[in-house]
Structures are given as structure tokens and as C-alpha cells.
Design a protein. Structure first.
Length: 278
């Protein structure tokens, strides 16, 4: 990091001009494909001010100029993290996990699933539990869990949650796959190694020209992610998903997402679940 140090005392929040917002939106969209709508101007102003003040930069404009001129700087991770939304839960949209269980019973080992917006890990561990419960403790099954938010991935790798976060997990599964905290950790739980060893967490930007795997998957979870992209980006990502699925593989989408008219690489199989077309 090569930011100059200022004696300037920043106000509580630096002002973001319309030009700042437009530039931030352009940088974010170019780097990640995420479209920053006008309704997020206030949120963007707060996020940009926080990052600029954290780095003792005198203005948001100067902060954005630094990002523009230093495309490989680590600050890009913080910039992107500030605009990602980590809304997730264990066994969210339960019908998907029921369908996943029915589906993997028909698949040949090894079974693999990719969740490409894993956030803080709840979805990935829900998938892993579903695979373990369906296929048995000795079955060859793995989960690749990725997300653009590096902070979220770090939290997911730790696998530590509050009791409130794991409320959707049935009690017998909670006992089977989680360790309860004691003493100062009371009220917290941690994923057991027998489950966490099934999941590989890695940061990944879906707009990267190369994804760091040549693995084929039985299913891909891409839920409530495409809504942040424009139609062109959605189509490009779906086209890249198709060859990464094994024959008959499934793509799970979010409840408000519809891919039917974007590509002929998938056909609708059930409620927000698609089958790859060969």
C-alpha cells in the first residue's frame, strides 16, 4: 500500500459526489460484473468514506483514483467486500436440499457440488450435511465453496457460528455435525472436522477469465447471485457453467431468478432448478 499520509482530519463521513458514485460503480462492474443501482448511492457513500478514512485518504475521489491506477493492490479486496451482501442461512430454501438429496442418490461416485456464492459458509455446510446424510459417512463426496468476498470466505473456513445462526439445523444434525462451545465460547458452535474436511473454500470472482479448477460437478448452486449482474454477464456465466457440469447435472438458482430465456444450455427441471442440456 503506497497511500500518502495526511495530517488532514477527515469528517465523520467524506462526501461522495455523483461523479464518485459513477466511477465507483464503473470500477465495481468492470471488476466483478456487479451492477450498482442508483438506489444504493447512500450505501456506496458510506462504504467509500469508510475505506478512504481507514487509509487516511483526503477524499473519495483520490481513493478511487488509487484503485484505478493500482489494479493489483490488496485494497481491491476491501473495496469489493464493501459492496457484497452476505445474506445466507443454513438450509435456506429447503426444497433445494430435498431435491439435491433425491438427485445424488442416482449419481455415481465421486459426487461433487460447487457453491459459487458461499458467503460465510452456511450454504456449503448445508450441502455437505445433505451429501453425508444421503450417501453415508464413507461416501466419496466433496463441496467446492467459493465467493468473491475474501472476509466471508475466511469466516466460512473457521466454521464458527452463533446458536441463533444454526437454529434452522435440526437438533439431531446439530449434535452430529457441530461442537458446542464451553466457557467463554458458550452459545457458539463449531463445525466438526468430519464435516469441514468435505468442503474446500476459496475466493473466486466469477468474472475471472479462468476459474481455478478443471473438476466436473454433479450440481452447481448459484443462488441469489445473478440478480446483481446485467443480462449479458448472466448469459456469459451460465454459458461457462454448462461444460463444468457432468451429464444430467443440476443448476440451483435463487427464488427470484429465471434463466429460461437467457440460454439454451439449461432447461427448467423444477422450482428454480435447471438441468444442463447436452
Amino acid at each position: 500500500m503506497s497511500f500518502p499520509q495526511y495530517r488532514y482530519l477527515a469528517p465523520e463521513q467524506l462526501e461522495a459526489t455523483p461523479h464518485d458514485f459513477e466511477k465507483a460503480a464503473r470500477l465495481l462492474r468492470t471488476r466483478t460484473g456487479i451492477v450498482l443501482g442508483d438506489h444504493k448511492r447512500e450505501m456506496a457513500a458510506r462504504a467509500l468514506s469508510t475505506r478512504a478514512r481507514k487509509l487516511s485518504v483526503a477524499s473519495i475521489a483520490e481513493y478511487l483514483t488509487f484503485l484505478e491506477h493500482h489494479p493489483k493492490d490488496d485494497e481491491w479486496h476491501e473495496f469489493i467486500n464493501a459492496f457484497t451482501i452476505n445474506h445466507t442461512a443454513f438450509f435456506r430454501e429447503q426444497h433445494h436440499f430435498k431435491m439435491l438429496a433425491e438427485f445424488v442418490r442416482t449419481r455415481k461416485a465421486p459426487v461433487s457440488v460447487w457453491t459459487c456464492a458461499a458467503s460465510t459458509g452456511e450454504e456449503a455446510y448445508s450441502i455437505a450435511i445433505t451429501l453425508r446424510e444421503t450417501l453415508g459417512p464413507t461416501a466419496a463426496a466433496t463441496v467446492w465453496a467459493t465467493d468473491i468476498d475474501t472476509q466471508a470466505i475466511s469466516r466460512a473456513q473457521r466454521g464458527i457460528y452463533t446458536g441463533e445462526r444454526v437454529e434452522p439445523v435440526p437438533e439431531h444434525l446439530l449434535h452430529k455435525y457441530f461442537l458446542r462451545g464451553k466457557g467463554g465460547k458458550s452459545g457458539m458452535v463449531r463445525v466438526k472436522p468430519s464435516l469441514s474436511e468435505m468442503v474446500r473454500f476459496e475466493p473466486l470472482n466469477l468474472l475471472d477469465p479462468v476459474w481455478p479448477t478443471d473438476q466436473k460437478f454433479d450440481a452447481i448452486f448459484c443462488r441469489n447471485t445473478m440478480i446483481y449482474f446485467d443480462k449479458t454477464t448472466q448469459t456469459r456465466i451460465l454459458t461457462r457453467f454448462a461444460p463444468m457440469l457432468k451429464d444430467g447435472g443440476l443448476l440451483f438458482a435463487g427464488h427470484s431468478e429465471n434463466f429460461t430465456y437467457l440460454t439454451d444450455a439449461f432447461r427448467l427441471r423444477g422450482q428454480t432448478v435447471y438441468t444442463v442440456v447436452r
